[in-house]
Design a protein around this ligand. Sequence first.
Ligand SMILES: Cc1cc2nc3c(=O)[nH]c(=O)nc-3n(C[C@H](O)[C@H](O)[C@H](O)COP(=O)(O)OP(=O)(O)OC[C@H]3O[C@@H](n4cnc5c(N)ncnc54)[C@H](O)[C@@H]3O)c2cc1C
Length: 528
Amino acid sequence: MDDTNNKKGPVNIVIGAGPTGLSAAYHLDGDALLIEQNSTVGGWCRSITDNGFTFDYAGHIMFSKDDYVHQLYKILLGDNAHWQDREAWIYSKGVYTRYPFQGALYGLPPEVIKECLMGAIEARYGSSATEESAVAPMSVAIRTPLTMRSLDAEGDSNGKPDELMDCCADGTIESIVTPGYNNDCSVAISNGEPRNFEEFIYKVWGAGIAKHFALPYNKKLWAVPLTEMETSWLGGRVPLPDLQEIIDGALQPVPRPMGPNARFGYPLRGGFQALMNGFLPYVEDQLILNTRVQAVSPGKRTVTLSDGRELRYKHLVSTMPLPVLVKLMGAEAPAEIQAAAAELRHVSVRCVNLGIGRERLTDKHWIYYPEDTLFHRIFVQGNASPYCNPPGGFGLTCEITYSEYKPLPCDGDALIQRCIEDCKRVGIFNEDDPIWAANQVDMPYAYVVYDHARPQNVKVIRDWVASKDIVLSGRYSEWEYYNSDHAFIAGKNAAEEVQRLDKLEALTRATDSGAFQPVYGTTATAAM
Ligand SMILES: Cc1cc2nc3c(=O)[nH]c(=O)nc-3n(C[C@H](O)[C@H](O)[C@H](O)COP(=O)(O)OP(=O)(O)OC[C@H]3O[C@@H](n4cnc5c(N)ncnc54)[C@H](O)[C@@H]3O)c2cc1C
């Protein structure tokens, strides 16, 4: 073991080469080591190939409201990107309706539409319902847009929405706050405050939409009881349903959504991985792959690697899951911190990837399944880019969340078989379609659960870690519902924080050594 490995003195270290770590290293411009346990970069934004098919670790799309992120997309992908208007659908009651559910009820059975409309009206105006969860009338309607309206000056938005768009396309936020619809009435959650996510759903949409989509879908996705979740991540307001849009969407087919809220990007070749690989020319020299950080000592300011080396760090940026970081600190983390970390809850995702031997099975990009299929979403990998398919084939990713509360019903080949059966049952492909590829990828830390204890637990850990001069960055380190565009920004912010701390330390050293004498008074500029 070479424990004097960084002989030139401590260096800045970034743990994890997912989008956050890649962005941090890129913005540190050579002034950091980037340590990654896997053999390729990208974290959950990686892709795999199997028999000519390309599959992501769960379907990933490019979507951002941030101009800087769009500049990065261009730097990282050049011409290797294409943008499409999304075709997002829901399959329930044996029919497809457009997403979001509440804006496109047309085609559902009449009694379902009636229940949804009645519920939405009651949510807006109140009812005499006695059900405990029924909605109390909200008297104060404030015109505060929660919608995604922003187009840039040229009107060329390429997928740049306003706040609160679920760019993961996992269907949770849009199904609750209806971005893209004229959702311009909301009430501050102070009046009749919903106590949890389930109550929030009832309050926003009423009993019908809750029963037929929002509750079953979100229960399936989050894999924890919705009453155990709070709602701060939904924007802190209760948007009131826009009845005219709901009624319009119930009376006639809703046209294909177009424009900024509906546009998403994807690499033309190489899957989502291509976006991550775009960082390689900038970070290659600093990148250490196949090497796990297995201990972190804030006291000694060192990380211990799986190859036995112990590296001293100047500043440490961690993008690994927060509970794992705390664990790797062992007894150096006080009991209170360990207890808070142990309480952080997350949901895992298993993807069953299927490569079917028939072209263009559907023209949809992804489909939500609120009912009894094992998966809650199929990401139509074959339509993300035609280059994800071999000639004559078509790729699908079935996404299944699981948790302690909702374990996988089976595993291995049995799980793949269940997905194939469910796909046939919902008509995505046929009994006689050949299956050219079938594999699974597992994402143990996939969704951060916003349970009621999360804000306090995260705060306690963050405060302590900050006092140890460690920068937490990204979805799993900050323990937030971030997408890869947020990850790019989080990495940039982390780099700036490291640079700020570096400057501060240099200044302190200079001041302590007497090399720097602050000059006060009106002659300061001239004296310096
Ligand atoms: C189901 C699902 C669908 C999603 N869809 C989208 C989408 O459509 N669009 C979008 O923009 N975003 C999407 N996201 C979000 C996106 O995947 C995340 O925001 C992003 O991956 C977070 O990046 P990160 O770098 O912070 O973390 P990660 O991607 O988790 O990267 C962390 C890296 O750290 C490494 N690491 C961890 N521990 C160690 C260790 N001890 N030593 C060394 N290395 C270590 C890991 O191997 C990994 O490479 C989705 C996420 C999920 C779960």
